[in-house]
Design a protein around this ligand. Structure first.
Ligand code: ATP
Ligand code: MG
Length: 250
């Protein structure tokens, strides 16, 4: 039956999707602009607090000691807000991907090498099973590095007493797949349903933008990210990336 002109367009019509996308882009742009505007006065406040701390020097009276403590609180909060704004700007940034044919194993090795000293200090053993036959994929290397780092950092934070991080790659169902499996604290049901929400975090001082940023990057590559987690046992993240068709002569 043809829709009457007074009926609202079906929710999934292309025009509605486009309108929502435009609104989203506008809101992201405004929020990004706002975050940027806040950053400058914030760094002025922080700098002035540092100068004030210098002026106060070694406190000799109880009142001076209290003043130093208060200045320290403001400095710490400024630093926290600055890093939150940086994370937010990184998340909201809409940028065109620079896709290049890339050896995924090589990219992973790169990130793991960077992470190795931190892992060693935290008592985390990294185990690699990288498939040497893995086909190359189209990657924005910088964005992908950021996506993977967020996952590796989460894994470290989930294993405060140390543990194991298994990193496996495989070619499956025409996709290049990366598995990251940690033996950390795992997630309860509430965390498992909300982890990809912007600003959802269970960590003191966490901005809750790591996973949404990672998801956005993977999806911008035409890929998908999935999770399986068991509270008290560990978590497995799965990244699937499309494998481009081989060009003749390759
Ligand atoms: N490997 C993991 N094991 C257990 N819980 C995890 C893991 N990765 C993510 N989580 C849960 O998902 C939440 C959201 O993660 P996300 O990376 O988005 O934010 P965050 O780590 O809290 O803060 P940040 O913005 O600094 O990354 C975490 O607070 C944590 O509860
Ligand atoms: Mg995180």
């Amino acid at each position: 039956m043809p829709a009457s002109p007074t009926e609202p367009a079906p929710l999934d019509s292309a025009a509605t999707v486009q309108r929502l996308m435009d609104q989203y882009t506008e809101i992201a742009r405004l929020a990004g602009g706002l975050a940027h505007e806040i950053k400058n006065p914030l760094s002025t406040i922080r700098l002035n607090m540092e100068l004030l701390a210098e002026d106060l020097g070694e406190p000799e009276t109880p009142a001076a000691r209290r003043a130093i403590k208060r200045v320290d609180v403001v400095r710490r909060e400024c630093a926290r807000l600055q890093s939150l704004l940086d994370d937010f700007l990184n998340f909201a940034k809409v940028r065109r991907l620079q896709l290049e044919p890339t050896d995924l194993n090589h990219q992973i090795e790169d990130v793991l090498e960077f992470f190795a000293p931190e892992a060693a200090e935290a008592g985390i053993e990294i185990v690699r099973y990288l498939d040497p036959e893995l086909p190359s994929v189209l990657l924005d290397r910088e964005a992908f590095r950021q996506a993977l780092l967020n996952l590796v950092i989460n894994a470290r934070q989930a294993m405060p007493e140390g543990g194991q991080l298994v990193v496996r790659t495989a070619a499956e169902r025409g996709m290049a797949v990366v598995y990251l499996i940690d033996t950390g604290c795992g997630m309860d049901d509430r965390t498992a349903t909300r982890m990809f929400e912007a600003f959802f975090s269970t960590k003191p001082g966490g901005s809750g933008l790591g996973l949404p940023t990672t998801q956005k990057i993977i999806e911008a590559h035409g890929g998908r990210i999935g999770v399986q987690s068991e509270a008290g046992h560990g978590t497995q993240f799965t990244i699937e990336l499309p494998v481009p068709p081989r060009l003749p002569g390759e």
